[in-house]
Design a protein around this ligand. Sequence first.
Ligand code: NAP
Length: 246
Amino acid sequence: MLTGKVALVTGAGRGIGREIAQTLAKNGAVVIVNYNGSKADAENVVAEIEKNGGSAEAMQCNVSDFAASEAFVKEILEKYKKIDILVNNAGVTRDNLIMRMSEQDYDAVLDTNLKGAFNMIRHLSRSFIKQKSGKIINISSVSGILGNAGQSNYSASKAGLIGLTKSVAREFSSRGINVNAVAPGFIDTDMTKAMTDDAKKELSSMIPLGRMGKTKDIADLVLFLAGSSSDYITGQVICVDGGMSM
Ligand code: NAP
């Protein structure tokens, strides 16, 4: 159980982040449901959590903005005094072949997916180190492990997140802080909705377990990594991909 713990989940108004926020709240954590543009979605998540007896608050922040992230973290720490669990989930795609990829699309993906996680960890590092405990969970992707044609920006950001995870895990290991990455395969969310049925079918044929994953598949692992059962695990990348990357 996560009773007494405060969790921050970035990009938690929709998709995987939403499921993670609900799961952590169901298990007793007070959850900050971060959003960038989807205010109504984030408020819905909070309403659902509260309806189920949990505690949550929706808070806006564009995680790719260093100064805004600093002010956001400051506001949370003033109000909640600590963060025990940080889930860097916010992410975007701007797919294209590299020969057609614009600088803006490259930068936008790196800024949110990789710099966003850096911003959160950087601004929370003092607080984590002071409290000598904490769980940081970065949502990477199998694209960061295998690469994916048309996703050079996204794959680079997700591979970078793995390097960030391992380096911070080493820096924080003597302080009782665990830092791990989760690498989902293809999960049914808005991010993958744009795919045609044929593309989904073809993709499923590449997945040994024969189906796309569900948001719950990711949230259940995050719950484990957020709790004390994972205290001896750090610097790891755990794939939740139906066997796709084995
Ligand atoms: P999604 O449904 O498109 O949701 C993305 C979330 O990220 C939204 O809540 C969005 O919030 C938030 N976000 C985007 N930019 C942000 C910013 N600058 N600041 C704060 N929040 C921001 O995607 P998803 O499928 O749930 O993906 C969640 C994470 O899992 C991402 O990191 C993604 O790369 C990773 N992942 C997904 C899959 C998959 O198959 N779905 C596979 C591997 C990894 P707003 O709407 O408020 O902007």
